[in-house]
Design a binder for this molecule. Structure first.
Ligand code: PNS
Length: 162
């Protein structure tokens, strides 16, 4: 069984993430979305909320599941017999960061990373921009799944609080 992990903060999951996950699901027997915390980012949604939004967004893909982990990604891969990490590459500006992590993960535990080119239609899309636009009442309906849109609207209505 060929398994891959799509790791990320997913704060929140966007249509760009889903595009990569859908295409990865066609290449592997099982794809796990690993909702992880990034020590250099502060989150809007809790890990539990991100998991619920991700689950709802990929419920149409039978070989995709959602999980979380609080340690190193490579340890998650080893503990779950996952041989590959799949990440989306939007633009050259992503490359340095992604290459550095890919090489570190390879060095740490021999886990390979596949960088998948995102659809050009999503090359400008990021969770952080979605959060900011939604916070100020901008329209992100074409950028995120319906469940995420609902949560963002509810946050904005509550002034960014739960
Ligand atoms: O969506 P992001 O924030 O770009 O994803 C980054 C993430 C969460 C994949 C990365 O920070 C990560 O792998 N965190 C888990 C801890 C870890 O393994 N750190 C070392 C990375 S080389």
């Amino acid at each position: 069984m060929r398994k891959a992990v799509c790791p990320g903060s997913f704060d929140p999951i966007t249509n760009g993430h889903i595009d990569v996950i859908e295409r990865a699901s066609g290449l592997f027997d099982e794809v796990v979305i690993a909702v992880l915390s990034n020590s250099s980012k502060t989150g809007l949604f809790s890990i539990e909320e991100r998991i619920e939004m991700a689950k709802s967004a990929v419920s149409h893909i039978p070989n995709v599941r959602v999980d979380t982990w609080s340690g190193l990604l490579v340890d998650y891969c080893k503990a779950n017999s996952i041989g590959a990490i799949v990440k989306g590459l939007r633009a050259v500006s992503d490359f340095d960061y992604e290459l550095q992590m890919a090489q570190m993960n390879l060095q740490l535990k021999g886990v390979d990373t596949l960088l998948m080119a995102t659809k050009p239609a999503y090359s400008f899309l990021s969770s952080s921009l979605v959060r900011e636009i939604a916070r100020y009442g901008g329209d992100v309906s074409s950028l995120v799944p319906a469940g995420v849109l609902k949560e963002l609207k509810s946050r904005a209505a509550n002034g960014g609080k739960n």
